[in-house]
Design a protein around this ligand. Sequence first.
Ligand code: GLN
Length: 287
Amino acid sequence: MADAAHDIALPTLGEALAWARQRIDPLDARILLAHAARVRTATLLAYPERTLPEEAWRRFRDLVTRRAAGEPVAYLTGEREFYGRTFHVSPAVLIPRPDTETLVDVALAVADQRAGAALRILDLGTGSGCIAITLALELPHAEVVAVDRSRAALLIALHNAQRLGASVSFVESDWFSRLGDEHFDLIVANPPYLAEDDPHLNEGDLRFEPRQALVEQHEGLAAIARIVAEAPRYLAPGGWLLCEHGYTQGHAVRGRLLDAGLLHVQTWRDLAGHERVSGGRKRCPNE
Ligand code: GLN
């Protein structure tokens, strides 16, 4: 039997929105309708009486059905905003989070302290490239290297860098494995940090995101432990390591940073007030 939606005449934008609002979150409905109709969300509100073309109505129904089944809006539209810019995303990469903007803010503050000096930056596990590309665009004089072990992720990151006009060198590498004896003034990472039994993995967008971008052994701390232990070899004297982590992991991460011999070990909170980023600085020869 035909889907009831096939039988009704083509709806207006307003009617299409009302139909979707009974099935999914109203804000999601607006974003998906704008995407399907290839208009801005403001247009939906300004011209609700416009008729939706048949092809757009078909696309929209498909998107609403998939959203109702839980697929993340960012994967349905293929994009997510991060630090004021639009990044292309696919199920091969983690969806950029507002929490991670805290890491960018701290990285920019650290870079600011070193104003004038040359700056080499490394982003570990770049995924969509959102951190590396944002830093490259905000710090046009910095040299930015980004690594990921997933080739599919690197292709997305490369595409984002090209689209946004950012100069970033991408390397296929499992954390530091392919970096030889390079040194960096700033190393940033948003590694997987959820425990394998974290109940959030069964909720919302996380169900659809790559597990290898989310989950780690040892209560989520295995990747962070490895990064912190290896980072001093790749930091230039006075260079900073900054690592995003779960809001209950601050104490454990600070412990690792101190064990690795880093100075000025500290934690920064995200906008929700949660401990979110910890870091430390490598000793200079005269310290
Ligand atoms: N660096 C990317 C981000 O912050 C990917 C992180 C990840 O996959 N764990 O979104």
